[in-house]
Ligand binder design. Structure first.
Ligand SMILES: [Zn+2]
Length: 273
C-alpha cells in the first residue's frame, strides 16, 4: 500500500508539471499577442517619469561622466546579436546615489538604474557589465511586462503604457519598487536573466563569468539586495554554481586584467562623487 502511492504519484506530478509549463507558455504567448513589445518602452517611460518625480526615494546622481561610463557599457552589451529590441527599447541608464543600497533594476522597455552601493562594492568593469547584462535581459525577455499583464490584465497595462490611466501608473510604480511581491521577478526569470547576461557578454571583451564575483561577495549576506539577486530565490550559491558551469561548458579561458578591467574601474570609482 505504502509503496503503490509514490509509484502512482510520479506520472501525476509529471502531468501537473506539463500543465503548469503549458500554462506559462500560454501566458507568455498571450502577452506577446495583446501587448506588442513597443508598448514596453511606453510603459518604461511612464515608470521613468514616476522615478524621476521622486528624488527622495530615487536620488539620481547628477554627474554626466559617471552616467556616460555606464551608458557606454550598456551600448557595448547591446552589440550582442542576441539582443532583439535594440531599436525598439531606449536602453538608458541612470545612477542612483545611495551607497547603502546594493541594487540595480530595470523597467520594461529598458530604463536601467544602478545604485552607487552596488558600483562601489564591485571591483571590475566585467562584474558591473554582468549585472547590467542581467538587467537588460529582464527587459529583453519582457519579464516584468508579462508579470504586469498577468497581475493587472492586458487592457489596464496597455492604458498605462499609452498614458491613459495616470492613477494606475502611480500605483504600479509604487508596487514595483516598494517590495510588493506582485511584480518581483520569479526564480525562473532570475536564472534566465543570468543565462542571457552570459550570452550577451560572450560577444564583448569582458569575461562573461564575472557576475560570479558579485554572487561570491553577497552569498554570505541575508536578503536585501539586487531585485531578487538575494531577496528572492534562487540563492547566490546556486547562481554562482550555474555561472561556473556556463564558463566551463563554453570553455571560457580564465579572466585576465584585460577581460576584467579592474584598474579602469578603480579609477572610475575614485571619480564617482
Ligand atoms: Zn534580476
Amino acid at each position: 500500500m505504502g509503496i503503490s502511492i509514490p509509484k502512482l504519484s510520479i506520472p501525476y506530478w509529471k502531468f501537473v508539471l506539463i500543465v503548469i509549463t503549458g500554462a506559462l507558455i500560454q501566458c507568455a504567448g498571450i502577452t506577446n499577442l495583446v501587448m506588442p513589445a513597443k508598448n514596453d518602452a511606453n510603459l518604461g517611460a511612464q515608470m521613468d517619469t514616476q522615478i524621476r518625480a521622486n528624488p527622495k526615494e530615487y536620488p539620481i546622481l547628477n554627474d554626466v561622466g559617471s552616467r556616460q561610463y555606464l551608458q557606454n557599457m550598456v551600448n557595448k552589451i547591446l552589440q550582442s546579436p542576441e539582443i532583439k529590441y535594440k531599436g525598439t527599447f531606449p536602453y538608458k541608464v541612470e545612477i542612483i546615489k545611495d551607497d547603502k543600497t546594493i541594487n540595480a533594476f530595470c523597467t520594461p522597455g529598458g530604463y536601467i538604474y544602478v545604485y552607487t552601493g552596488l558600483i562601489k562594492m564591485l571591483e571590475n568593469d566585467a562584474s558591473l557589465a554582468g549585472v547590467i547584462g542581467h538587467e537588460i535581459a529582464h527587459a529583453e525577455r519582457r519579464h516584468s511586462a508579462q508579470r504586469m499583464v498577468q497581475a493587472y490584465g492586458a487592457q489596464t497595462v496597455l492604458e498605462i503604457a499609452l498614458g491613459q490611466n495616470p492613477n494606475q501608473t502611480v500605483e504600479l510604480a509604487a508596487n514595483m519598487f516598494t517590495g510588493l511581491a506582485l511584480l518581483k521577478n520569479s526564480r525562473g526569470d532570475e536564472s534566465e536573466a543570468d543565462e542571457y547576461s552570459f550570452k550577451y557578454l560572450q560577444s564583448t571583451s569582458w569575461y562573461p563569468g564575472a557576475i560570479s564575483f558579485f554572487f561570491d561577495k553577497v552569498k554570505g549576506q541575508g536578503g536585501n539586495a539586487i531585485e531578487g539577486l538575494l531577496s528572492t530565490h534562487p540563492q547566490p550559491q546556486d547562481r554562482l554554481d550555474a555561472v561556473n558551469k556556463r564558463v566551463k561548458d563554453a570553455k571560457i579561458p580564465p579572466p585576465t586584467e584585460s577581460s576584467l578591467s579592474s584598474r579602469t574601474y578603480a579609477d572610475f570609482k575614485k571619480r564617482l562623487p
